[in-house]
Each structure stands twice: as structure tokens, then as C-alpha cells.
Design a protein around this ligand. Structure first.
Ligand code: ZN
Ligand code: ZN
Length: 200
């Protein structure tokens, strides 16, 4: 009879550890983190996003404030051409909204105003991965995408596009500890707490 209790106890402990390990692996798999590159020009002037307000602290990559939409996509470290994506189904519209900008298929709102396609003979152009596209706001950001948004005469689209630094791939492959780096976003302690929270 004693032996039954012993095996029962061991079984329980074993089951606990299996679930514990499985959850650890599962949580790792769930972590989304990839990068894209972009540039925005308004009236032939590139938006340089100089204010630190456009950049998120590394803490905002973590899942501690999961309900804050800003954690899903943002920029870091004053790199004004790198989009960090931390969730699935994140669109370019979400990204611009998190910068405090507005993006629709026929207008862009920056901190300097709203610019409408066709107004004063000016054009809003979206150029994604070397191809013009009609709409972008509801397009999901894909890893290593390169997007140019241009409002103006519609000139030099290709050369503006070519000038965008292509370092999304580098950000994807290299851990960037100064920025946000994948599953390392959660500290070991956070991860442990998440793993043992069965009720979530
Ligand atoms: Zn981040
Ligand atoms: Zn990142």
C-alpha cells in the first residue's frame, strides 16, 4: 500500500515537470519577433522621427503589458527605418497608429497635418518590396518587408525606395540585446512565473 502512494506521488511530480517543460517550450514558440524596413516622405522631405517619443523602451517588448497595443509593433533605439513586430497579424496601419500617425488608403496624417491623395495635385504612393500597391493600412507587416510611403509629386519613388537601409534581416538573425531580442524579452524570472501560472 505504501508503494502505491510512493508511485502516485512520483507520478504526480513527474506529470508536473512534463507540463512545466512543455509550457516552457510552448511559450518560446509563441514569441513573435521580426523586423521590417520603411521610410516616409512628405513633400520630398523624409520624416526622420527625431523625437524620442517615437521610440519604445525595451520593456515595452515584454508581455507584461500585453493589453497595450503599443507592445505589438514599434521602433527602438532611434533607428528610424526599423519596424519591430512582436505579435501576429500586425498591420502597417497599426504601426503608423503607434507612432501617433494616421494611415488610410488615401491619406496620411503626420504630426504636421493630414495629407490627402489627389489634393493640390499631390499623390500618395505606397511602394512595397519594389512594387506599387493600392492600399497598405490593412496589410499585415511581413518579416523583411521594405515599404516606402511617399506623399508629393510622386517623383523618384524607386530611388527613395532604394535608399531605405535593408537591415531587417540582420535584426532578425542577430540577437540585439540593446533592443528587444525575441524570447529574451521575458527574463528568466518572468518566464518562470508565466510557466507556473496555469490559470492564465
Ligand atoms: Zn520591441
Ligand atoms: Zn526587434
Amino acid at each position: 500500500m505504501k508503494r502505491v502512494y510512493l508511485f502516485g506521488g512520483l507520478g504526480f511530480i513527474l506529470a508536473f515537470f512534463i507540463v512545466f517543460i512543455a509550457r516552457g517550450i510552448f511559450l518560446d514558440d509563441q514569441t513573435v519577433h521580426y523586423h521590417a524596413n520603411f521610410a516616409l516622405y512628405v513633400n520630398e522631405k523624409q520624416e526622420t522621427f527625431d523625437s524620442s517619443l517615437f521610440y519604445e523602451e525595451v520593456q515595452s517588448c515584454s508581455s507584461e503589458n500585453e493589453n497595450d497595443p503599443k507592445t505589438r509593433t514599434h521602433m527602438h533605439n532611434n533607428e528610424n527605418h526599423v519596424v519591430h513586430v512582436h505579435d501576429s497579424a500586425v498591420t502597417w496601419g497599426h504601426f503608423f497608429a503607434n507612432l501617433g500617425f494616421g494611415l488610410s488608403n488615401n491619406s496620411i496624417t503626420t504630426d504636421e497635418g493630414t495629407f490627402v491623395d489627389g489634393q493640390n495635385g499631390k499623390k500618395l504612393t505606397f511602394f512595397l518590396n519594389g512594387q506599387p500597391v493600392q492600399s497598405i493600412a490593412n496589410t499585415v507587416i511581413n518579416s523583411e518587408d521594405t515599404l516606402l510611403v511617399d506623399y508629393g509629386a510622386g517623383k523618384d519613388i524607386q530611388s527613395k525606395f532604394d535608399k531605405i537601409p535593408r537591415d531587417a534581416h540582420e535584426h532578425n538573425t542577430k540577437p540585439d540585446p540593446a533592443s528587444c531580442s525575441g524570447s529574451d524579452d521575458l527574463s528568466t524570472k518572468d518566464k518562470f512565473l508565466k510557466v507556473i501560472k496555469f490559470w492564465e
